[in-house]
Ligand binder design. Sequence first.
Ligand SMILES: Nc1ncnc2c1ncn2[C@@H]1O[C@H](COP(=O)(O)OP(=O)(O)O)[C@@H](O)[C@H]1O
Ligand SMILES: Cc1cn([C@H]2C[C@H](O)[C@@H](COP(=O)(O)OP(=O)(O)O)O2)c(=O)[nH]c1=O
Length: 207
Amino acid sequence: MTQQRGKFITFEGIDGAGKSTHIAFVSAHIQRAGIALVSSREPGGTPLGEKLRDLVLHEKMHLETEALLMFASRREHIAQVIAPALASGSWALSDRFTDASFAYQGGGRGLPLAKLDALEQWVHPDLQPDLTFLFDVPLDVARARLDATRELDKFEQEQADFFAATRNEYLRRAAQFPQRFRIIDSTRSIADIQAELATILDALLAA
Ligand SMILES: Nc1ncnc2c1ncn2[C@@H]1O[C@H](COP(=O)(O)OP(=O)(O)O)[C@@H](O)[C@H]1O
Ligand SMILES: Cc1cn([C@H]2C[C@H](O)[C@@H](COP(=O)(O)OP(=O)(O)O)O2)c(=O)[nH]c1=O
């Protein structure tokens, strides 16, 4: 019998939308169903990717360099982690993927989307997430949550208009690919959000 391919789930949203809060819940929910999974992040997810992450989150660089490093990290992540996991029947969870490059480098920074389309076609022509959770909140809510928690990286220090454009590009991608995106209204309580996540995951587990 051939091994059934695992499912690929990605987590997206502007900084402070609550993405990190819910990844552990999703991971535990899937594992309770007896399914093996790997969980990793972008930029990062491999030893080389983590080095690229450190550079890209803290150094000033040309916008196209930034986009290329995001996709370089992604290429390695797919090769080392995501593709082998899916091929072995494990599920793969990624804290951000290519939608983040469209949202941040495209929407936020203004890199022409055609360049991102070209990179996406180059780096993963045959791979798309089966499910993408987009944690969505108004900017002021995200900002208030971030300020309460941690030291801000290069992206988190951006101004409101950057995040407005980032959020708009996420919502445009969600409208473009409605079959894989689920927009999660993250202004609600964590418990309410997790009830919705469980319903969505149960449908995928049953599929
Ligand atoms: N639905 C929610 N209601 C209230 N606070 C939340 C909610 N979701 C997340 N938080 C809090 O907001 C902060 C940022 O959340 P986090 O998950 O780290 O965001 P992200 O990973 O999207 O940047 C954390 O302190 C977290 O506990
Ligand atoms: C994957 C990816 C992330 N990013 C940005 C978004 C985030 O601000 C930052 C790191 O993401 P993230 O891991 O969500 O940050 P944190 O752990 O602090 O919550 O990288 C891009 O700009 N483009 C990309 O392609």
